[in-house]
Write a protein that binds this ligand. Structure first.
Ligand code: 5GP
Length: 199
């Protein structure tokens, strides 16, 4: 497989985490890009595994130092992908999976479009938007998982509508109605993108 820079975005509740986790399990050659965030760890989350948990000041320092490939504010907190680990993974021939929001995805898309056509990162760039079958289905899922109260669900739904409006900017869209079907589609996208058909 040629090295891929896989960017996956989705509204919360679309099943992105489950799909990405499966992909990482099935493709050991894909490295998960651990993001930086200024939000607090939740539950079992570990620093350096799920995120690098930074203070707002440290995040601002790294942003000023241009350490981020992209960064954005999501739900009131800062999130960003460090450049170095992505470049290091690429240098080792590894693929990278970035689970980031639509604003971050737009920045990576722009960055990649500015690279020479033969740059491995440009050649390996794949952006995928995971979508719920409908807003009603998303609402039902957010209620069903019982993690959030009504106010949080209302905010997530408002954000979801905004994120869905960006779906067309992605080269690939996967509708997650049936998880098994969606995963098969995701794998097919990755397998096709990973084929080195340069001759
Ligand atoms: P959570 O706080 O629930 O883990 O993530 C909230 C949102 O932030 C998700 O949509 C996730 O994709 C996005 N996110 C996580 N890491 C990054 C990042 O490094 N950059 C950007 N732009 N978004 C991120």
């Amino acid at each position: 497989m040629k090295p891929l820079l896989i960017v996956v975005s989705a509204p919360s509740g679309a099943g992105k985490t489950t799909l990405c986790d499966r992909l990482l399990l099935d493709y050991p050659e894909i490295t998960y890009s651990v993001s930086c965030t200024t939000r607090e760890p939740r539950g079992e989350e570990e620093d350096g595994v799920d995120y690098y948990f930074l203070t707002a000041a440290e995040f601002a320092r790294r942003a000023a130092a241009r350490d981020f490939l992209e960064h954005a504010q999501v739900h009131g907190f800062h999130y960003g992908t460090l450049k170095d680990p992505v470049y290091e993974a690429f240098a080792e021939g590894q693929s990278v999976l970035m689970d980031i929001d639509v604003a971050g995805a737009a920045q990576v898309r722009e960055h990649v479009a500015g690279l020479p056509p033969d740059d491995p990162m440009r050649r390996g760039f794949v952006d995928i938007f995971i979508m719920p079958p409908s807003m009603e289905a998303l609402e039902a899922r957010l209620h069903g998982r019982g993690e959030d109260d009504e106010a949080v669900i209302a905010t997530r739904l408002r954000n979801a509508a905004q994120e869905m409006a960006c779906a067309n900017a992605f080269r690939y869209r996967v509708v997650n109605d049936d998880l098994a079907v969606a995963y098969k589609e995701l794998r097919a996208i990755v397998d096709t993108a990973g084929e080195d058909n340069r001759g």
